[in-house]
Design a protein around this ligand. Structure first.
Ligand SMILES: C[S@@+](CC[C@H](N)C(=O)[O-])C[C@H]1O[C@@H](n2cnc3c(N)ncnc32)[C@H](O)[C@@H]1O
Length: 412
């Protein structure tokens, strides 16, 4: 059975994450904002996907891209479907991706479908569309993924329309709690969003072995993956306050974190202790040490490296060329030396994902670190994902001058 995943704000990151975990053979882009994944849905550990916001069952594909035809289809099938749902008032929501129809037009369709369902004697509530799509909060608040809820998702994909039913949405409250409620935070080292930390981990670990994936099916939603299932270790050599270590722990990895600043190592420790209590994880066994990534010798052999490296000074606006060039040289040197040091200690084939800084010069244009052209000489091969041939994977926000350039590498 195929699944339809609605991707986050930067769809290319979500797509790369899916391709990294499940392989390019079973993942394909659908329109601008979605992906179709052809694996057993129970293997899609949705909680660990930072780049997908909705997980839908793919119901059908319509050979049209006209909204009128979609509406006709809905009026035909919705009344029948409503009869198969459990008793009680049903709630209907529509989310539409890639259509140019106005929101009023989508709402009018919703009202027509509601009327058609009501004619069968069924009580139905329609969630009004404030935008083309309902967001995760609306889906959760209106209980659209419960047995009496029905969120239908329409994705325009070239000449076709994919129709899905939402089964799960991202647990926004859990992400907010992990982001805002952890005891030690420091706005100066930047705030790595937990969803981005998950993406970095997933890009670092690559395809999951299928026999391990089977066991993930048995883990209830929202529960962490036990450490003994994957039995792999992730190293973050720039761990800061530990956001990445937190997410990696919940995703079932043993973690090793080091940072130049003793204060940061303490923060990571406190935050991990808090997380272990919150999620009832076994006793904290993370290895956390003060260490300079450019010359440290780690006592544990890591299977993967995942990190948001040093990002330089946190600029809010574009600095002078001189200051920017200084910052670029400083970051380039630290990260290059760290890559050399890591290379000496990683097993050949070990995989890494490093979020290194890139600077937004104009909307959509980025100045990248010089080392991004020297990875081969540093002893690394870049992992090229089919969904993203040759283009850098850059996480950016319109209001932030410093972006994160996600390098996916294997040690040669
Ligand atoms: C952008 S922050 C990482 C933030 C982290 N992702 C978090 O969750 O808070 C970069 C970190 O790199 C550390 N750092 C800078 N130079 C370093 C070096 N040479 N070796 C190790 N850590 C370093 C800084 O102290 C800082 O905590």
């Amino acid at each position: 059975m195929q699944s339809l995943l609605i991707l986050g704000r930067q769809a290319e990151l979500g797509l790369a994450e899916l391709e990294s975990l499940y392989g390019s053979g079973v993942v394909r882009a659908a329109g601008e904002q979605a992906a179709v994944v052809d694996v057993d849905p129970c293997l899609l550990a949705f909680d660990r996907l930072g780049g997908s916001v909705k997980f839908c069952k793919l119901l059908t594909t319509l050979d049209t891209n006209s909204w009128k035809d979609v509406e006709r289809f809905l009026i035909q099938v919705a009344p029948g479907h409503s009869q198969t749902m459990p008793e009680g008032k049903m709630t209907l929501g529509l989310s539409v991706y890639g259509f140019t129809e106005t929101i009023q037009r989508i709402e009018a369709t919703g009202l027509t479908v509601k009327k058609a369902i009501k004619k069968t004697g069924r009580n139905v509530r329609l969630i009004p569309n404030k935008a083309h799509e309902l967001n995760a909060a609306q889906v959760i608040h209106n209980k659209l993924t419960t047995p009496t809820g029905w969120e239908l998702v329409f994705v325009r994909d070239g000449d076709q329309v994919l129709v899905g039913q939402t089964v799960k949405v991202q647990d926004i409250d859990a992400y907010t709690r992990r982001d805002r409620e952890r005891p030690s935070r420091d706005t100066k080292v930047g705030m790595l969003p937990p969803k981005l930390a998950q993406i970095i981990v997933n890009l670092a670990v690559g395809q999951l072995p299928s026999e391990k994936l089977q066991n993930i099916c048995d883990i209830p939603a929202g529960k962490p993956i036990p450490f003994n299932l994957l039995n792999k270790t992730i190293l973050d050599p720039f761990c800061g306050t530990g956001v990445l270590l937190q997410e990696a722990s919940l995703m079932g990895y043993h973690v090793v974190g080091t940072d130049l600043e003793p204060r940061m190592v303490k923060y990571s420790e406190k935050n991990l202790e808090w997380l272990h209590e919150l999620y009832d994880l076994p006793d904290l066994e993370a290895v956390l040490q003060v260490g300079d990534a450019t010359n440290f010798t780690w006592s544990v052999q890591a299977d993967f490296v995942a990190a948001e490296t040093y990002l330089g000074r946190p600029f809010t606006t574009m600095p002078s060329n001189e200051i920017l060039n200084q910052t670029i040289s400083e970051c380039n040197l630290i990260i290059k030396k760290s890559l050399r040091n890591l290379h000496e200690q990683l097993a050949p084939g070990a995989r890494l994902c490093l979020a290194v800084p890139a600077w937004q010069t104009r909307q959509g244009e980025f100045k990248r670190l010089p080392l991004t052209d020297q990875l081969n000489d540093l002893g690394y091969a870049e992992v090229v994902l089919a969904s993203n041939t040759g283009r850098p994977l850059i996480y950016s926000r319109p209001d932030q001058f410093v972006a994160r350039d996600l390098l996916i590498l294997t040690a040669k």
